[in-house]
Design a protein around this ligand. Structure first.
Ligand code: GUN
Ligand code: ZN
Length: 436
C-alpha cells in the first residue's frame, strides 16, 4: 500500500452528485493499493491505520482526482493555433490536411505518443478522443494509451461525404472497421471504443443509419460526435437533412441520442433539442477555448441544465480548435463564459466539471472522477508555487475556496506536480518503466 499525503480536494459521487459539494481535507491522505484507491481520510488516521504503508508527503500541495477531457482530437495535436477562420473554413484549410497525413501509420504512431505524453503532462487521466478516418489511427492511440495506463475512449472517425476523397469511407466500411476495432479493443485494460461519426454534414443518411444499427448492437458503448457548434454548420445541416426536425433529430432518428452519447459544443440548441437530450440522458461536452477560438459562441451551461436537468455535462479541450490541453485553462475559460452568461460557476463546480462531471458525462464515474475508495487510483498533485502569478496569489488566499478558485483560473500545465495514473506515478509503460 502507498499513502499520498496532502491537501485532498474532491467532488463526491452519489446518484445525482452535487456539483457544489466538495470533500476538503487540508491534512488529508489517499491510500492506494495497486491500481485502486482503498481509503481517503485524515492523514493522521490513515497513517495510523496502515503503519506498514509507504508514504509520499506532498506537503500542502493539492491532491485532486485525475482530470477528464470529454472532447479532444488527437490528430490535431500539431495544428493547434491555426488562425483566422470559422468552423467550416477551418476544417477545410487546416484540419482535413492534418488528418490526411494519418494515412501513414508511422505518423499516427508518433502523434499518438506525443499526444498521450501531453495528456500526462497536463494531468489528464481520462479522455474521450477523436481519431481519424484511418482505422490504424485508433490502433496507434490505443497502443500508446495502454502503455501509459490511461483511460482512453476513442473511435475511428466516420465520414462518407463533404470531405477530401482520401478521408472518405462508406457506410459499409465505416461499420465493418468500427466493429472490428470495437471487438479488438473495447474493454482491454482501461480502453473503450466509441462509435464516432464526425458530424452530420460529413455523413450520409445511410452512414448515420448504419452507425445507429451498430450502436443498437452495442447499447453500452460511447457515441461521440459534434452538435450545433456554428450557425453556418447548423444551416447546412438543415439543407442536408430537410426531413429532420432539427440538428439533434438528425442523430436521434437513427438511434444515436442516448446515454453515453457525448455531443461536442451544443451551443445553439432549441429548447426542444435540449429537453430531448436531457430525457435521453445524453451528455454535452463544453469546449470553452475552442468556442472562443473559432468564434462559435458561448455555451449556456446554467440554462441548458435548467431546461434539461437530465443532461450530463463535462469539459473538453477540443484540441486543435481549443487552445490548451490543460483542464485548468479550460476551466478558467469556462468560468469566464459562465460569467458572461450571467451564472458564474464556483470553484467547486469548476473542479466538478473537470473531474466527476466529465466522468459522468462519459459514463465512467463508477471508476473515475473522484477520490473515493474502490475507484481507480488516478490522482493529480497540484503545486500552485510553480508560476509566479499563482504562487503570489496563493499566498494571499484565506480559504480553500479562494485557493481552489485561483488554481482553476490561473493554473496550467506548470501547476501539475505529479500524476498518478491507475496507481503508477506519471504513468507506467507496459514494462513498468516510469515515463516522466
Ligand atoms: N465539427 C466537425 N469536425 C470538427 C472538428 O474537428 N473540430 C471542431 N471544433 N468541430 C468540428
Ligand atoms: Zn471537436
Amino acid at each position: 500500500m502507498h499513502i499520498h499525503l496532502g491537501h485532498v480536494l474532491t467532488p463526491k459521487s452519489g446518484v445525482t452528485p452535487d456539483p457544489t459539494a466538495l470533500l476538503d481535507l487540508p491534512h488529508g491522505a489517499v491510500a492506494v493499493e495497486g491500481t485502486t484507491i482503498t481509503a481517503v481520510g485524515e492523514a493522521s488516521a490513515l497513517t495510523e491505520q496502515f503503519p506498514e504503508a509507504t508514504v509520499t508527503d506532498h506537503g500542502d500541495r493539492l491532491i485532486i482526482p485525475g482530470l477528464v477531457d470529454c472532447h479532444v482530437h488527437y490528430p490535431q495535436t500539431g495544428m493547434i493555433a491555426s488562425p483566422g477562420e470559422q468552423l467550416l473554413d477551418w476544417l477545410e484549410k487546416y484540419t482535413f490536411p492534418a488528418e490526411a497525413r494519418f494515412a501513414d501509420l508511422a505518423h499516427a504512431t508518433a502523434v499518438a505518443e506525443e499526444f498521450t505524453g501531453q495528456l500526462v503532462t497536463h494531468g489528464v487521466t481520462t479522455a474521450l478522443v477523436f481519431s481519424t478516418v484511418h482505422a490504424h489511427s485508433v490502433d496507434a492511440l490505443f497502443t500508446a494509451a495502454r502503455a501509459r495506463g490511461l483511460r482512453i475512449i476513442t473511435g475511428k472517425m466516420c465520414m462518407d461525404r463533404n470531405a477530401p476523397a482520401e478521408l472518405l469511407d462508406t457506410p459499409e466500411t465505416a461499420v465493418a472497421q468500427s466493429a472490428d476495432l470495437l471487438n479488438r479493443w473495447h474493454g482491454v485494460d482501461r480502453l473503450e471504443y466509441a462509435i464516432t461519426p464526425r458530424f452530420a454534414p460529413t455523413s450520409s443518411d445511410a452512414q448515420l443509419a448504419a452507425l445507429g444499427e451498430l450502436a443498437a448492437d452495442h447499447p453500452d458503448v460511447v457515441i461521440q460526435t459534434h452538435l450545433s457548434e456554428n450557425h453556418a454548420e447548423i444551416d447546412w445541416v438543415h439543407e442536408l437533412f430537410p426531413a429532420a426536425r432539427d440538428y439533434t433529430d438528425v442523430y436521434d432518428r437513427v438511434g444515436l441520442v442516448r446515454e453515453r452519447g457525448v455531443f461536442g459544443h451544443a451551443l445553439h440548441l432549441t429548447d426542444r433539442e435540449l429537453v430531448r437530450l436531457g430525457e435521453a440522458g445524453a451528455s454535452l461536452a463544453h469546449c470553452p477555448t475552442s468556442n472562443e477560438f473559432l468564434g462559435s459562441g458561448l455555451f449556456p451551461l446554467a440554462s441548458s441544465l435548467a431546461t434539461a436537468p437530465g443532461v450530463r455535462i463535462g469539459f473538453g479541450s477540443d484540441i486543435g480548435a481549443g487552445t490548451s490541453l490543460s483542464p485548468l485553462v479550460t476551466a478558467g475559460e469556462a468560468y469566464k463564459i459562465s460569467r458572461l452568461s450571467g451564472a458564474p460557476l464556483s470553484a467547486a463546480e469548476l473542479l466538478y466539471y473537470s473531474t466527476l462531471g466529465g466522468a459522468r458525462a462519459l459514463g465512467v464515474d463508477a471508476r473515475a472522477g473522484s477520490l473515493e475508495p474502490g475507484k481507480d487510483a488516478d490522482l493529480v498533485v497540484l503545486d500552485p508555487s510553480t508560476s509566479p502569478t499563482l504562487a503570489y496569489r496563493a499566498q494571499q488566499c484565506d480559504s480553500t475556496e479562494e485557493l481552489l478558485f485561483a488554481v482553476m483560473i490561473l493554473g496550467d500545465d506548470r501547476t501539475v506536480h505529479q500524476v498518478v495514473i491507475n496507481g503508477a506515478v506519471n504513468g507506467a509503460t507496459a514494462d513498468g518503466v516510469s515515463v516522466d
